[in-house]
Ligand binder design. Sequence first.
Ligand code: AMP
Ligand code: MG
Length: 980
Amino acid sequence: MTKNSILERWLNRKKTTDTKLNAVPKHIKDLPIGESAPLSYGQQRLWFLQQLFPQNPFYHYVDVLRFKGILNVDVLTQSFQKIIERHDILRTTFLFKNDLGVQHVSSQMELEHSFFDISDQALNLRESIALDLALEISRQPFDLSKGPLFRIGIIQLTDREHFLVLSMHHIISDKWSMRILREELALIYQTLNSGLSPSLPKLEIQYADYAYLQRAKEIDSIHLDYWKSKLNGELSILNLPTDHPRPTHASYNGSLITKELSTELTNKLRILAKNSNTTLFVLLLSAFKVMLYRYTNQEDILIGTPFANRDEVELEKLVGFFNETLVLRSDLSGDPSFTSLVQKVRQTVLDAFSHKDTPFENLVKHLKPDRYISTNPLFQGMFLYHKVEPTPSFGDQLMLEHEPFDFGVSKFDLTLYISEEEDTIKTIFEYSTDLFEPETIERMQAHFKTMLEGIINDPDQRISRLPILSKNELKQQIVDWNDTEVTFPKIETIHEMIEGHVIRIPNETAVIDKDSQLTYTELDQKANRIAQHLQTLHVTPNTPIGLCCQRSIEMVIGIFGILKAGCAYVPLDPDYPIDRLQWMLDDSKAPIVLTQSQTADIFTNINSTIFSIDNILETQPSDTTILTENIGSDNLAYIIYTSGSTGRPKGVPVTHSNLIHSINARFDYYPDSPENFLLLSSLSFDSSIVGIFWTLSTGGCLVLPEFRIEQDMECLSTLISKYGITHTLLLPSLYSLLLQHGDAERMTSLKTIIVAGESCTSTLCKLHFGILPNVNLYNEYGPTEATVWCTVHHLSKEDAKRTIPIGKPIANTQIYVLDQNHQLVPQGATGEIFIGGAGVVKEYFNLQSLSTNRFVQNVFSTDVRSKLYRTGDLGRYRVDGLIEFLGRADRQVKIRGYRIELDEITEVLSQHPEIDEAVVFVHADDEKTSEDSWSKTIIEDKQTQQIIQLLQLLEPDQAEQLIESVETISENQLEYLFKD
Ligand code: AMP
Ligand code: MG
């Protein structure tokens, strides 16, 4: 059954209950006390949310006021009672009636108040005790059906200092209402206090009238059309870099951080706003948008902003919920100057206000944006601006102070409140503590300020160039975290590093495969024969030589021999399609291919000459050392082909110098070198370099398991124990299988496990420390273009708590995380990983324009020849300088370690005469797994029970909205929900 048909069934079931709004009496003003009125649109949304989160205080409206002077507590509570009598809304509760939410006004309601005297507590503790009490009072849940939805708490700190905590459900209040309350309170209090009885003018209408009128009013289609066109197309979901993954269900817990801007900066901003013919609201909103753009790299920025929908004079005196939300969408593409962005934002704001008469809920209903239960629809960031008004007078004896109060909630991911005071501006960041740590928001605050200063310095600056990082942060990212210089002994070729061990430990085993094994001397002699054979064919230095072998001793002999001859090997995986292999041979113009006898006949129609390694070893007469002249560190060692988006694989030519760096960096980083290394990578992945060259250049033994051993974990653990394997490198997914299905008792020889090639997960980290707690686990990261690795992280148990980092740059390597304009991104924000240093190859093989695009000028180096490789990988810096990998910026994927550009497949498919257009997706098994776990949570989840109950009670369109809003529920889960 599809989601639609379920919905259909649901709607049919509800069809009999027509819209009850018509049943509301026309003359609502005469509505007798005790009768019910409809909910305003805004109230309906809050009521709805309250059903979903009955215990959550996120829609409480809280004010904490500080009274200094002599306070008459009795008079204060009496004053509130008078206010309750004046405003129907303060006596209102919300009920279900005939399947509808209605508001019911009681003729009487007692003020709910509490009093705490803490004046006997130690003076230095009183403030914090009072704040704790205030927090408790403000978070106490309200029952919308019972009321009162308004409570106060009075806390006495000294006989001359009191806190007044005012907590209301937002469904009956808003910011404006709070001001009315303060003003009326001041008036009534003073009157009562002087022994008189207060007489405020009677209210002309009450909130219920407004609700009724709003419901009865037709929404002008011009407004709706405006929004439909303004919010057309895919709406981006603000992708702020978070410290914690977004939970399936938001808790709406939050916090506030306040910073004050200097008077000087405030004045300059005021002047700039004036000169730009706009307001501080627009100016600061534009700056906020730029900051979000710089943090997210998203150009489509949607921000919500509330406004008081109190156009009619009668509404100005009412307490109640009149807030509406406008969505302010801006396109920041094209890197405009800040001043021109301000003009665009200004127009957006003007247009939005002139079409404000479209209730937000109607907008959501009409636009049907993609909805996820833990994100707000249409926008995830909020911007609020207000001028601080003077507090009303309570007479000569009593002063009132009013500060923002943090009661631990955040309705959105991030809200920027701007509070404009006489001399200064305060920026208050309210943030979701599900997502962010306070330090992150502190930094964001500082970035906002740096950016505002940059704007003042040069308002015409392009938005990509506005400063955002502090000098310290710049130094940290450019210098401190890239301070990796290490000097190694000078050496020209990688094979020299192996030859040293031939002299030192001639009879130690160098390499073992399933059939045989070789000592260092034997390996050297056999490699010499291969080299001599190649030399008789008059190869010149750098000549690419194809090498098509299974994982075997011949393979290692072949590599070593090719290098000794001064040539570069081109790995050709015998399991690859023959067309692809032939293409690599054509592209590299390899004149010769070395094979084993069993792989010799896969090539049929090629220009290269094929030799079998076994034959050469048998026929080549001498195994003495040969001299390789004119071979130096700039010569090529290998060319590895990786997937290319043009439809053809691209060659990455790696020099001896690159390769020596890659191995030297291991000497620098790893405390011990491999005694017995199990090679699990295929030769056509550069991760095979680790096993082959690290092991042989340190005198260890390289163990080559049989082809497809990866499919049998029992066998793999036996092999580990048989050969006393100390080191290995494998994909995290394979390691996870080994841990789950292998035999840990047979893996006791292991000392070092390296995972690489794909993301290492927390689950794997936990698994590892559960099963092999004494084995060192490392996560290495790096593309072929930077020679195997460029960052590494040594994992600890604690790492499992969050995203596993890829670590820090290795010796003589620099990493920069940059945005699309090649600017450093703030710590924590997502950018593209750029790599510099000794491992970065010069270019792609024979691909000039692609090379220019991917190997770019290193602007952080004084050496003009220095290049950075743009990886296309996304990453970010953590506070501790560790880097996290966050996926790809393009359509490259990894499938079982294979690096695949999806565009390569698309390109090839499109070449078929019958195919006009092709689209390629990866069907990830992971998705299924996460969905399975979703279904488990939702079934057990209390919230689901509430959804079910709620659906029983809802109006068809409300039910529809709810179903839409739980977009992440699969068909099966929906079926479950509707099961009777
Ligand atoms: P390759 O050139 O075949 O070695 O693939 C390099 C790519 O694999 C990188 O650009 C990343 O996208 C991915 N990769 C390599 N190591 C890691 C790692 N430790 N974590 C996440 N992704 C990785
Ligand atoms: Mg690799």
